[in-house]
Design a protein around this ligand. Structure first.
Ligand code: HEC
Ligand code: HEC
Ligand code: HEC
Length: 286
């Protein structure tokens, strides 16, 4: 069946209104986030060895500061030097990610160059403010999602053993922590000590994975403080009060679990949130 053009258009409009309506009705529960263009990936690991995009951004911030500084101190020669650098790295944004070319305020850069070359220091300062607004408008839309997608350490392919995923290992660790707590409260000393010994093994196995990324800083896990806490927990499971046992276990959970979660689980979860959402959007598109 061939649908006639006006009917087709009508249908499209109807669909748009329905989707718009649904989003509007659920507006308190819907978050609209823009995806950065896929071409951005080439400026991050693993496609690139360095975080090229981020380093260009750091240059821009430094160059804005320098331009402001030399405009305030009316130093024409240094001002020209830094305006040239700022222009180069700002325009590079559009070369690196062509989809973002149209987001650039190229006019502001031209004005900046003119004002600098004719020593209109006050105007240089005003133009910097305009440029700064342009920086911020892109950051509002894309900064957070880009950092989460491209810079959060990725644990998705990490395996603890030949057939143990990170997730399964985590569930095992948390089971042992809770088993210690339950057995301690119910006066089952042997069970508690056995679980502690399993937990200690599990922690040591986990610790062997850190060095795959932490090479230079050679993060030691478990470190001396964690090991000391494990042995004092063992001690208090044998001879201490219930209160001591609870406190030692709490300390261990903070040192051996929560500290790493504060960095890695949080960042990895938000990365997953954005990347999974993206593949979902891709699915609908295709
Ligand atoms: C077209 C988009 C876009 C424009 C325009 C832009 N940026 Fe960025 N900027 C980004 C993205 C995306 C990030 C996040 C990068 C990351 O975290 O890996 C970022 C991050 C940064 C950061 C790092 C922030 C932090 O503290 O982590 C700085 C500094 C920065 N930009 C400076 C600037 C300056 C100065 C300008 C204007 C002269 C500018 N940017 C213009 C997209 C843009
Ligand atoms: C997939 C790579 C990767 C693995 C595996 C990894 N880390 Fe990290 N970790 C990083 C990076 C990169 C940073 C720097 C901060 C950031 O960008 O999140 C970091 C930072 C941290 C931090 C916060 C900063 C600091 O140094 O105190 C802690 C704590 C940490 N890692 C603990 C661990 C522990 C413990 C393990 C092993 C059980 C581990 N990490 C395994 C990549 C990794
Ligand atoms: C690398 C540092 C790191 C350390 C140390 C760590 N975790 Fe995790 N944990 C993670 C990451 C990353 C995730 C997210 C894994 C995922 O979603 O696939 C996670 C997820 C979890 C989860 C949720 C698993 C699920 O089913 O989604 C539990 C429970 C957990 N960890 C318990 C623990 C306990 C208990 C300890 C301490 C004995 C601990 N973790 C130590 C990084 C760490």
């Amino acid at each position: 069946m061939v649908m006639r053009w006006p009917h087709f258009m009508l249908l499209q409009c109807l669909l748009l209104v329905i989707v718009g309506g649904i989003v509007y009705i659920h507006k308190d529960r819907v978050t609209l986030i823009k995806n950065p263009p896929a071409s951005l990936a080439q400026w991050y690991k693993p496609e690139n060895e360095r975080q090229v995009w981020l380093h260009n951004m750091f240059k821009l911030r430094r160059e804005m500061q320098a331009v402001r500084f030399y405009a305030d101190s009316k130093d024409a020669k240094s001002l020209d030097k830094w305006v040239a650098l700022l222009s180069e790295h700002y325009l590079k944004i559009g070369e690196m990610v062509p989809e973002w070319q149209k987001k650039l305020d190229v006019e502001a850069i031209a004005r900046l160059q003119q004002n600098a070359s004719s020593d209109r220091y006050q105007d240089v300062s005003h133009t910097l403010d305009d440029l700064s607004e342009n920086c911020e408008s892109c950051h509002t839309d894309y900064r957070i999602i880009t950092a989460a997608m491209y810079r959060a350490p990725d644990f998705s392919s990490m395996e603890i053993g030949p057939s143990t995923s990170l997730e399964a290992h985590m569930e095992e660790l948390t089971r042992q922590v809770n088993q210690i707590k339950i057995a301690s409260e119910d006066g089952m000393q042997d069970v508690a000590l056995l679980s502690l010994s399993d937990l200690e093994k599990g922690i040591n196995v986990l610790g062997e994975t850190c060095s795959s990324c932490h090479k230079k800083d050679t993060r030691v896990y478990p470190d001396a403080t964690i090991n000391k806490t494990i042995s004092s927990l063992g001690e208090s499971l044998r001879t201490g009060t219930l209160k001591d046992q609870g406190r030692e276990l709490g300390t261990l959970a903070v040192l051996a679990c929560a500290r790493c979660h504060g960095t890695h689980r949080l960042a990895y979860d938000s990365r997953k949130l954005f990347i999974d959402r993206q593949s979902w959007v891709e699915l609908i598109k295709h």
